[in-house]
Each structure stands twice: as structure tokens, then as C-alpha cells.
Design a protein around this ligand. Structure first.
Ligand SMILES: Nc1ncnc2c1ncn2[C@@H]1O[C@H](COP(=O)(O)OP(=O)(O)OP(=O)(O)O)[C@@H](O)[C@H]1O
Ligand SMILES: CC(C)(CO)[C@@H](O)C(=O)NCCC(=O)O
Ligand SMILES: [K+]
Length: 269
């Protein structure tokens, strides 16, 4: 019988994401999901979750599944529609559990989004030994660019990573939507890998402007913090569209960073 897999679910503002992780930690490097799923809140979760688990956890996932997130209404809807033939609905990662794993240097620590703290936790696991700081850009509905002080002695129980705060700005879709909502002539555009963003028509000019704006902020903050010595990580749904436009920094791409942070925290429950 293969080792069981742990299901974790992160509830974002536009989508929820699930990750299946091997229950037993592999030696070397932070845990990576064996499979992931991204579903828009507007979609019925049941069919996609059933198909995902049937394919990637045919012997059932280890209980309990754990969720965390920044969108209480989205989480309530997901839990209400959870197909119980897939196992009991996930339990919420208690904030206290997260607080045990990561110190929080924010002025109002309880207001910091769990996704930002989970990213910081995963960044600390991912950063090479000897780094003093990590910086994480997460390009989602909102984009966040945060810094983390890394523990000098990761194996000593009292030495935790510390979330230091950062920037919150609109993600690429929100930027484009705001242009459409507040102008007479600008259309709503979508961002796909093959849609032109070369500025040669109205849609392409909006994509060009918005993507360059995101990349410029990521470049400036990720590349600038701690004089560029922080370990730099890029994640989120729009990371792939952003990375090629960076000029100054070459961040480590970690598409499932938040899920890795959630698995680390869930494993510690
Ligand atoms: N297939 C795709 N290719 C490129 N970019 C995408 C794709 N799907 C979504 N995006 C972009 O990713 C962003 C959403 O990212 P992500 O899935 O990380 O966050 P989310 O669930 O929308 O929000 P949250 O920040 O709350 O987690 C949007 O800006 C969207 O344009
Ligand atoms: C900033 C977002 C929207 C990013 O997903 C989320 O982390 C959030 O709602 N945070 C609450 C405010 C804060 O983190 O300070
Ligand atoms: K996010």
C-alpha cells in the first residue's frame, strides 16, 4: 500500500487551490505537491474534486484534510458544497498553529492574511542555509510582496522565521478590470499566455501596461529589499506572465508556495 497523501486546500479570493502531498517528508528540500487543482469559486467543486482525488489519491487521502485562506465566504461555500464521498470536509488551520510556527512583526498581526504567512513559512523552508532574509512576490487576485527574516538556527525550537510585512497591490486582472470599469472606451481584457501584450492594439496596450507595471513593482521590491541579498521567490497564478518581464531580479519560481506552507503547517498540527 503506498504511503497516504495529505490534502490541503487554500481558499483565495477568486479561486480555491488543492494540493496533495506525500505524508512522509522526503529528505532534502521543502515538500512539493504530487498534484494540484485550481478551481474558480463560481464552479461546482464536487466533480473536479472527485476526479482529482480518484486520479491522485485512489486509496483515499490521510485525514484530516486541512484548509486555510483569506476569503471566509468562499470557504463557507466550498465547505457547504464539499462532496462527502471524497472524505469529511477539511478542518481549518487554527491561527494559533500558524502563530506557533512564524513570528509576526506586523503592527496588527492578526490582520495579516494567512496566505502571506503561509508564503513566509514556505519561503523559510525553501531558502538556502545562510540567507538572512527572503522576499516573496505572490501574483494573485491581489499581488503581495513581503519580506521574512529567516531563523539563524533553524533547528532550535525558539528560532522562528519572522514575517516583516510588505506591499499589497492589485493583481493584473483587477488592474485591467478597473480600467474597463472607469473609462468609456477601454474593453475588458483577459490574460492568457498567447494573448498579445505588445502594445499594438488597444487590448495589447492594456496587457502591456498592466504586465509591465506588475513586473516593475516586483523587480523594484524583490530586487531591492535587503540590498538584493534576500532570497527571492515568485509565486501565484500570474507568476508565469510576470517572470519574463523582470529585468533586475531572477527569483526562484515556486508556483505552489502557499500550498507548501499550508502543508508544513498542517503537518505540524
Ligand atoms: N492560466 C493562467 N495563465 C496565466 N495567468 C493566469 C492563469 N489563470 C489565472 N491567471 C492569473 O493569475 C491570477 C490569479 O492567481 P491565483 O490563482 O494565484 O489567485 P486567485 O485565486 O485568483 O487569488 P488569490 O490571490 O486570492 O489566491 C489572476 O491575476 C489571473 O490573471
Ligand atoms: C492581501 C490579500 C488579499 C492577498 O491574498 C490577503 O492576504 C488579505 O486579505 N489580507 C488581509 C490584510 C493583510 O494581510 O494585511
Ligand atoms: K494568494
Amino acid at each position: 500500500m503506498p504511503s497516504p497523501r495529505r490534502l490541503v486546500v487554500e481558499v483565495g479570493n477568486s479561486r480555491w487551490k488543492a494540493g496533495l502531498f506525500p505524508e512522509k517528508a522526503s529528505r532534502g528540500g521543502p515538500p512539493e505537491p504530487v498534484a494540484t487543482l485550481r478551481v474558480a469559486h463560481a464552479d461546482d467543486p464536487a466533480p473536479q474534486l472527485r476526479a482529482f482525488l480518484a486520479e491522485h489519491a485512489p486509496h483515499g487521502a490521510a485525514a484530516p484534510a486541512v484548509w486555510s485562506g483569506v476569503n471566509p465566504a468562499g470557504a463557507a461555500a466550498l465547505l457547504a458544497a464539499w462532496p462527502t464521498d471524497c472524505g469529511p470536509p477539511p478542518i481549518e488551520l487554527p491561527r494559533a498553529a500558524l502563530n506557533r510556527l512564524i513570528a509576526n512583526g506586523a503592527r496588527q498581526p492578526e490582520r495579516v492574511g494567512a496566505d502571506r504567512l503561509l508564503n513566509a513559512l514556505a519561503a523559510a523552508a525553501l531558502a538556502p542555509a545562510g540567507c538572512e532574509f527572503a522576499a516573496v512576490a505572490d501574483c494573485g487576485t491581489a499581488t503581495t510582496i513581503d519580506t521574512v527574516r529567516l531563523p539563524a538556527h533553524p533547528l532550535s525550537a525558539g528560532d522562528r522565521p519572522e514575517f516583516l510585512g510588505g506591499a499589497i497591490l492589485p493583481g493584473i486582472v483587477l488592474c485591467a478590470r478597473a480600467l474597463h470599469a472607469h473609462t468609456a472606451q477601454l474593453p475588458e481584457v483577459s490574460f492568457t499566455e498567447d494573448a498579445p501584450a505588445d502594445g499594438r492594439d488597444t487590448e495589447a496596450a492594456i496587457r502591456f501596461g498592466v504586465l509591465e507595471m506588475q513586473a516593475a513593482v516586483v523587480d523594484r521590491l524583490l530586487g531591492g529589499w535587503a540590498e538584493g541579498t534576500a532570497f527571492q521567490i515568485l509565486t501565484g497564478g500570474a507568476a508565469g506572465l510576470t517572470v519574463d518581464r523582470l529585468r533586475r531580479c531572477e527569483p526562484h519560481l515556486a508556483p505552489h508556495l502557499t500550498l507548501t506552507g499550508l502543508f508544513l503547517a498542517a503537518r505540524d498540527l
